[in-house]
Design a protein around this ligand. Structure first.
Ligand code: DGL
Length: 255
């Protein structure tokens, strides 16, 4: 099977990592929209346009299904894309439901981009599952650019997180839900800011399971070998240094 995935940048590599664990012998086409990152401060119209371009590109590569490995693009563009393309389009969403189900009494904090935090999709999801009114949402606009530079834990990253969370009482929260795939890369820094071992949940594994189920239902034969192709806004990543950057992140995610 040929599996396409896209994100504004390196956030969706978390979904790629989970999909590889479930379906190692397939061909993966990972599209990082590095010309347009971050999506979190763009309009829904812009995000739809970028997403449509990414999906068209992945279909041209022969992909049997495409994963929107970006919560922001799912929130702004999933319905739009499904109306325009016939192949399965699977979108990641903040794992609010599992967080509510596994909660042990404290509050739950969803961290997301500005777009996701304010989209109706998230509001609807929370009102469907948050019976005890324990879920809060916080937009974190500053982190994505650190991730794109490969800076996942530093003094500046911790300062940015502390600053963006300065108006909330950290002790009230027992679970953090990553409503942005980029935030998975900051687990150590987030733990340090909370000053304790906080539970962190994200939707990558669930998205990969969903993808597997859909692909199995399509009955497409396996590629029989693993291949990963990386693209940046439609240009294949061939530069050695850049490939090493991607591979280093993938290795780190496996640890
Ligand atoms: N990784 C993306 C998400 O899951 C978007 C980050 C951005 O480009 O702002 O929401």
């Amino acid at each position: 099977m040929k599996i396409g995935m896209f994100d504004s940048g390196i956030g969706g590599l978390t979904v790629l990592n989970e999909a590889l664990a479930l379906m190692p012998d397939e061909a993966y086409y990972y599209y990082a929209d590095s010309d347009n990152v971050p999506y979190g401060n763009k309009t829904a119209g812009q995000i739809r346009e970028y997403s449509q371009k990414a999906v068209s590109f992945l279909i041209e590569r022969g992909c049997d299904a495409v994963v929107i490995a970006c919560n922001t693009a799912t929130a702004a563009a999933a319905g739009y894309l499904r109306e325009r393309f016939t192949i399965p389009i699977i979108g990641i969403e903040p794992a609010v439901k599992p967080a509510v189900e596994h909660n042990e009494g404290k509050r739950i904090l969803v961290l997301a981009t500005e777009v996701t935090a304010h989209e109706k999709k998230l509001e609807d999801l929370i009102s469907r599952v948050d019976n005890e009114k324990l879920v809060d949402v916080k937009a974190m606009p500053g982190l994505v650019s650190f991730a794109e530079r490969g800076e996942f834990d530093s003094e500046a990253v911790r300062e940015c997180i502390s600053e963006e969370l300065s108006d909330i009482e950290l002790n009230d929260y027992g679970i953090v839900v990553f409503g942005c795939t980029h935030f998975n890369h900051f687990k150590d820094a987030i733990r340090a800011v909370f000053g304790r071992d906080i539970r962190m949940i994200d939707g990558s594994a669930g998205t990969a399971r969903n993808l597997k189920k859909i692909l199995e239902g399509m009955g497409i034969p396996s590629e029989g070998k693993n291949e990963i192709f990386y693209y940046e806004s439609g240009r294949e990543v061939k530069d050695k240094e850049k490939l090493v950057f991607y591979e280093k992140i993938m290795k780190h995610l496996k640890e």
